[in-house]
Design a protein around this ligand. Structure first.
Ligand SMILES: Cc1cc2nc3c(=O)[nH]c(=O)nc-3n(C[C@H](O)[C@H](O)[C@H](O)COP(=O)(O)OP(=O)(O)OC[C@H]3O[C@@H](n4cnc5c(N)ncnc54)[C@H](O)[C@@H]3O)c2cc1C
Length: 408
């Protein structure tokens, strides 16, 4: 890809170099496409400990993708395998229990700090000479016609390509400028995120408890540490965030319990306002949406990133197929194939996460009885349980090759 004056010619322009945009860039480059990625942040910020306190539960299918791309070696020593998942309604003793032994001992997924994923992706980008990454750069203008997109960047560069990908997150400016509407909903909840150090080993068990304010997830990290995603109604979350460390820890201990012994905060406390945003279409003329730009969902099931990674893997496969028979990668037919393949997964996940959040928000006795009956019913129905387990592992439905761990 050679700069001509102040312009760059690429095959794919990716707006947004977050976890999904960079994974897509690497997948596309490894399939032989020339890619320009732009991001308004700079890596020194986005890979540091002060940028994002979250971890991601990387489903088994997403781990296969990272393996196929040769990234897993940079991540695996920091990835905690999930051996069991225990889902319970409040502090109720009965829970839905997933065990990796039920599926032949394969880890259901891994908990990895987002900063570790970002560092690995940036390292991998440096090794790909088909990728030009422009950081500290945002999109100023995007024009499309029947043959190509032309993007003007904040540093004055003009990028021309047959396809532009919106990987610019939940408030995607590319989606807005291409006229694709979205269904949006504020949850009136906040996700409080922090890392907790504990006395005993977590044994790779993840816990999802549905408490009054929202879900409370305990996600096992490497060592005697767990990451919490503690969802509360916004007002209460703000009060909690204003508490002094010891008072905050008391509130946390009360919800967490003492099954892992003494607890302490390891690092600062983060908060994320929660909302849903579902794009009404995944494609427009020479534009395609991936990741949170296409579907930003409630973190209740830890699936947002996994959905976005599946978008990336499918998009590359669709483009690769199109090119192999001489078709234009930005053509509507190619983009519609992507859209048909990805629509159902995104919609299902949005409906499931939204529905679960609502179901568990009700505090009445009748809802509690129904929920307990539901958890018990799923727990004792092996085929249904196995189906849910495979879905959570990202191994259900028609999978793109990269999700099966195969290179294109
Ligand atoms: C509390 C919480 C916990 C979560 N836990 C999990 C989990 O366990 N598992 C899971 O799968 N998912 C989880 N998620 C969801 C997951 O974090 C997101 O789905 C994922 O990070 C989306 O990645 P993305 O790359 O699509 O978007 P983003 O991470 O939002 O990246 C977008 C990028 O685009 C850049 N950008 C935006 N606009 C422009 C512009 N105009 N020009 C240039 N660059 C631009 C931004 O700088 C950013 O780098 C969680 C979410 C929350 C809130």
């Amino acid at each position: 890809m050679s700069p001509i004056d102040d312009s760059l010619i690429a095959e794919i322009l990716i707006v947004g170099g977050g976890l999904v945009g960079l994974t897509l860039a690497i997948s596309a480059a490894q399939s032989g496409f020339r890619v320009v990625v732009i991001d308004r942040d700079v890596p020194d910020n986005s890979t540091g400990a002060d940028f994002d306190g979250r971890v991601s539960s990387v489903a088994a299918g997403s781990a296969n993708l990272f393996k196929a791309l040769g990234l897993w070696g940079m991540v695996s020593s920091e990835a905690q395998p999930i051996h069991q998942i225990r889902v319970s309604d409040g502090q109720a003793p009965r829970f839905l229990h997933y065990d990796s032994d039920d599926l032949g001992g394969q880890a259901m997924g891994y908990i990895v700090e987002n900063r570790i994923l970002r560092q690995a992706l940036h390292e991998a980008v440096k090794r790909e000479d088909r990728i030009v990454l422009k950081t500290g750069t945002s999109l100023e203008k995007l024009e499309t016609d029947s043959f190509r997109v032309a993007a003007t960047l904040s540093d004055g560069t003009l990028v021309r390509a047959p396809l532009a990908v919106a990987a610019d997150g939940r408030d995607s400016s590319v989606r807005l400028s291409s006229g694709i509407g979205a269904t949006c909903k504020e949850y009136g909840q906040m996700g409080i995120v922090c890392t907790v150090a504990h006395e005993f080993d977590h044994e790779g068990i993840a816990h999802e408890r549905f408490l009054r304010g929202g879900p409370f997830a305990i996600l096992p990290m490497k060592g005697k540490k767990s990451s919490l995603v503690w969802v509360e109604k916004t007002e209460l979350a703000r009060e909690l965030l204003r508490l002094k460390a010891e008072a905050f820890l008391d509130e946390l201990r009360w919800r967490f319990g003492d099954f892992l012994g003494d607890l302490g905060l390891a690092g600062r406390v983060w908060s994320y306002p929660l909302s849903l945003s579902m794009a009404r279409d995944l494609v427009a003329q020479r534009i395609v949406l991936v990741g949170d730009a296409a579907h930003a969902i409630h973190p209740i099931a830890g699936q947002g990133l996994n959905l976005g990674l599946r978008d990336a893997a499918v998009l590359v496969e669709v483009m690769d197929d199109a090119r192999s028979i001489g078709l234009d990668i930005g053509d509507q037919g190619t983009l519609r194939r992507y859209s048909r393949w990805r629509r159902f997964d995104g919609l299902t996940m949005a409906l499931v996460t939204d529905g679960l959040n609502r179901l568990f928000a009700h505090d009445s006795e009748i809802f509690r009885v129904m929920r307990n009956a539901g958890l018990t019913a799923v727990n004792s129905n092996r085929p249904l349980k196995a189906l849910f387990q495979k879905h959570a592992m990202g191994l259900l439905g028609k999978l793109p090759k990269l999700l099966e761990g195969e290179r294109l």
